[in-house]
Design a protein around this ligand. Structure first.
Ligand code: ZN
Ligand code: ZN
Length: 239
């Protein structure tokens, strides 16, 4: 058997034993890919219909609720059920290959907003080392690295550091989220950020308090600009 035929045979065998399923609804996929067409339509890709500052659809704009230290936030999708499942599986069920689906959508959203902009550092929102050890990975750093590859730009590992344990943002109300992270994020020693343009990457933006704290610390330490990007942003009742 030729090598190519063998590869084809192996793929058919592999797919029949481990069929490709949609990561959002579990339906069998009969082609390569990670998400079925139905779920992709339900994702709520934001496109151009968003606030230029906070990245949310205009009716969900959060601007003015606090001092925004970032220049702009950009998100790929509105957080509906399909997006929630993708993020949950990516974050808590070790389905790290979903970054290959999420990052290109984030890259598209960035291109749509900024065109061919070049960042000096693309960085993930940091987690406490103990939390990384427990989960096995920092999902924001995985996304940041994948996104940097999509854009052909620099990923800088560990530029931001989590200095102390904080409560989970998801467990707090909007007001508590703003103070929970105060002083909890720092910059790695010898980080070269003076006058640099930095992109901070997270999986979800809710109030934007987390990425805003990252932006604040980066600006205080001399960054020229800070933009933020997430796969999803919460809308309506979730704000
Ligand atoms: Zn599906
Ligand atoms: Zn806004």
């Amino acid at each position: 058997m030729e090598k190519t035929s063998f590869s084809k045979f192996w793929k058919i065998f592999w797919d029949s034993v481990f069929p490709n399923k949609c990561a959002a609804c579990g339906k069998l996929l009969y082609a390569d890919g990670m998400i079925c067409n139905d779920c992709e339509h339900l994702l709520g890709i934001i496109g151009e219909n968003c606030c230029e500052k906070c990245g949310k659809p205009p009716e969900d704009c959060i601007c003015g609720r606090y001092t925004q230290h970032y220049e702009a936030c950009v998100s790929a999708v509105e957080l509906y059920e399909a997006g929630k499942t993708i993020v949950y599986d990516f974050k808590f069920k070790y389905m790290t290959t979903l970054k290959q689906y999420m990052a290109p959508l984030m890259a598209d959203a960035l291109m749509l907003r900024f065109g061919e902009v070049q960042f000096d550092h693309i960085v993930g929102v940091p987690m406490r080392w103990r939390a990384v050890l427990k989960r096995g990975y920092n999902q924001s750093e995985l996304l940041a690295k994948e996104l940097a590859e999509c854009l052909g730009q620099n990923y800088t590992k560990g530029l931001l550091v989590k200095l102390r344990k904080t409560k989970h943002q998801a467990s707090l109300n909007a007001k508590e989220r703003l103070t929970n992270l105060t002083g909890a994020i720092g910059i790695a020693e010898n980080a070269d950020i003076k006058g640099k343009h930095i992109l901070v990457v997270d999986d979800i933006i809710t109030t934007g308090a987390t990425v805003n704290e990252c932006a604040k610390v980066l600006k205080e330490n001399g960054a020229a600009s800070v933009c933020c990007v997430s796969f999803a942003t919460t809308v309506r009742e979730n704000v």
